[in-house]
Design a binder for this molecule. Structure first.
Ligand SMILES: NCc1[nH]cc(CCC(=O)O)c1CC(=O)O
Length: 314
């Protein structure tokens, strides 16, 4: 057994939304249990992504907005680690930062939430569905062109409030966030991942550090969930190969059985009229390559043209 000596204290940088704080407290509790002598605290911060709530994320620059302030805290030593939803972590970390661990995945599926209906199939033509994710929008429109998609931003509680105020017939949220916040009773149905392929990294936690803090790697290693890490690596390999972010309608979902990863991925136009899906199976030790292979299969069918055409419509 190797003995790891933690520092006297560890500071976790986190966004202040209820979900982010749940995730930070979860990691705090795990570290505190592993290292009872170490004082583990949380530094809450508001990010640009939390402040600009009136524009779709695809217009204001995407995921980096949720992590940049936390990275500043890592860079100037106010914090030792930052806890993120992997879904919000950009495909390329800025120079000087590294992912130290990937936390175990919660349910990766999208959830259907409504006060009047139990599933998308039940919604009358013209019903308004709230989501700001182009990934969700394109997949819903491909299956239900008669539904209307309207923008829905804000943290999980804000989105539920907007549903309850009656602006939407239904909204789509990640099941993971609702379950973690003990709001699982709001879920009317979980959408089959084959029908709503989840976002890359959905449901997984990421722990980011300053790349020069190699002292933290062994300390944080017990928080890494290897199966989740490999699946998320495969998904991120896919997204990177397509230069993806949350500003384009794409998704990928990997699962691991033994040493084999199976994954499916898609690229679509925003209206869902063009929808390309592919799947791949292979060696989990080659996770990132598997994601690239899946991307190549889609490019061979014209995914690059769909993505190029998007620049005009966003
Ligand atoms: N984009 C915001 C965001 N980032 C992570 C989650 C949910 C939890 C997760 O995927 O880990 C959410 C909310 C949502 O999509 O409903």
């Amino acid at each position: 057994m190797t003995t790891v000596t933690p520092p006297k204290s560890l500071v976790i940088a986190s966004r202040e939304s209820a979900l982010a704080m749940w995730q930070a407290r979860h990691i705090q509790a795990r570290l505190q249990a592993l290292y009872p002598q170490c004082d583990v605290s949380i530094l809450g911060m508001t990010t640009t992504g939390d402040q600009i709530l009136d524009s779709p994320l695809s217009r204001i620059g995407g995921k980096g907005l949720f992590v940049k302030e936390l990275e500043n805290a890592l860079a100037d030593g106010r914090a030792d680690l930052a806890v993120h939803s992997m879904k919000d972590v950009p495909m390329h970390l800025p120079e000087g930062f590294a992912l130290a661990a990937t936390g175990e995945r919660e349910d990766p599926r999208d959830a259907f939430v409504s006060n009047h209906y139990t599933c998308l199939e039940e919604l009358p033509a013209g019903s308004v569905v709230g989501t700001s994710s182009l990934r969700r929008q394109s997949q819903i429109q491909a299956r239900f062109p008669q539904l209307k998609i309207e923008s829905l931003r804000g943290n999980v509680q804000t989105r539920l409030r907007k549903l309850d105020e009656g602006q939407y017939a239904a909204i789509i949220l990640a099941a993971a966030g609702l379950i973690r916040l003990e709001l699982g009773d709001r879920i009317k149905g979980l959408i089959d991942p084959a029908d709503s392929i989840p976002a890359v990294g959905q449901g997984a936690l990421g722990i980011e550090i300053n790349a020069n803090r190699s002292d933290l790697i062994a300390i944080l290693a017990p928080l890494n969930h290897v199966d989740t890490q490999l699946c998320v690596e495969a998904e991120r390999g896919f997204s990177r190969a397509l230069a993806g972010s949350c500003t384009v309608p794409l998704g990928a979902y990997a699962t691991k059985q033994g040493n084999t990863i199976s994954m499916q991925g898609f690229v679509a136009s925003v209206d869902g009229r063009q929808m390309l899906k592919e799947s791949v199976t292979g060696d989990a030790a080659q996770a990132e390559k598997l994601g690239q292979q899946l991307a190549q299969q889609l490019v061979a069918r014209g995914a690059d043209k769909i993505l190029a055409a998007l620049d005009g419509v966003k």
